[in-house]
Design a protein around this ligand. Structure first.
Ligand SMILES: [Zn+2]
Length: 311
């Protein structure tokens, strides 16, 4: 009798152990939510099939202004990790969602909250006091930093490390995935640099100040913006000044994000003989741009064609 109970207990214990092992091995992928598609793409690179990842903002949306939806709360409620761009890019829409989600894991400062800007090289950091006269957005430095592949690499490493902390059993897997991503990115960078080399120093105008990291990385010279200040819509007087500047500087390229109206860019292009390039600032801006590599492939393709056509 005694032995019988012991063997039943042993069977139960073994069974319980197997159930526990199975659930930790096969199931419970880490649930990752990102503010933007670019962060989702980078998380997917290093997370592989050990995570499920979804982005709140769509790739064709202005990440400064995303309309909150109830479905976002559901995503955040079950998230193990939230990755944000930071530098107040999402300040107009994300903080209330995070609070309302009631998920303690992803609150600011909690282990499941990751601000990707801490890994990236940040440009345009204000040196003096910040005032509203400087514009409505970008008070802490430029938040469009993911458009430099070197920052993509740094962010991917930061995410791999964080995933390894949250899921220690798979930490080696995430680091291996990062090394693989790193190698593929290095090869792609060689290709991109070679394509852009003939156009080093070319002058461009941008609608919004989204491109300082991209321009620095690929040797372009951003001489002005259609927005008088980041987040401030174009004004007639600023547009006239910009047209004068572009004529003096012989600037023939206007880069516009997909979520801005083309009226002002088109009229400036008519005045200056410039070409409007509707580039993509984010993965998913067009259907075929499904990952971080294809984003640069797409934009550099558009740009080099426009440079060739306008030289
Ligand atoms: Zn911005």
């Amino acid at each position: 009798m005694h032995t019988h109970i012991r063997s039943v207990l042993l069977v139960l214990l073994t069974f319980g152990l197997i159930v526990t092992l199975c659930s930790s091995v096969q199931g419970k992928k880490l649930s990752v939510v990102t503010a933007t598609t670019d962060l989702a793409a980078l998380a997917q690179e290093v997370g592989g099939d050990k995570i499920s990842v979804e982005s709140i903002a769509r790739g064709y949306q202005d990440p400064h202004f995303v309309e909150a939806k109830p479905s976002f709360l559901l995503m955040l409620r079950r998230a193990d990790l939230l990755i944000t761009v930071g530098l107040q890019l999402e300040i107009g829409w994300l903080p209330p969602l995070v609070t309302q989600s009631g998920n303690p894991t992803i609150q600011v400062g909690a282990p499941g909250y990751l601000d990707a800007s801490r890994f990236a090289q940040i440009l345009d950091i204000p040196t003096g006091p910040v005032t509203r006269a400087m514009g409505d957005v970008h008070p802490l430095g430029n938040p469009h930093y993911w458009l430099d592949p070197a920052n993509g690499r740094r962010i991917a490493k930061g995410i791999a490390d964080k995933l390894g902390q949250l899921d220690a059993a798979d930490a080696d897997y995430f680091q291996q995935r990062f090394r693989d991503f790193d190698q593929r990115l290095a090869a792609a960078e060689q290709k991109w640099d070679a394509r852009m080399k003939p156009y080093a120093g070319r002058k461009i105008v941008a609608y919004h100040n989204s491109l300082p990291n991209f321009a620095k990385r690929f040797g372009l010279n951003v001489i002005g913006f259609i927005e008088p200040r980041p987040g401030i819509p174009p004004t007639p007087s600023h547009t006239i000044d910009l047209i004068g500047l572009m004529k003096r500087e012989n600037c023939k390229i206007i880069m516009v994000e997909p979520y801005f109206d083309l009226k002002t860019p088109n009229s400036i292009a008519r005045e200056t003989g410039a070409q409007v390039v509707q580039y993509l600032p984010s993965v998913g801006g067009e259907k075929e741009v499904t990952d971080y590599f294809k984003l640069f492939d797409y934009d550099l393709d558009l740009l080099t064609k426009a440079f060739t056509a306008t030289q």
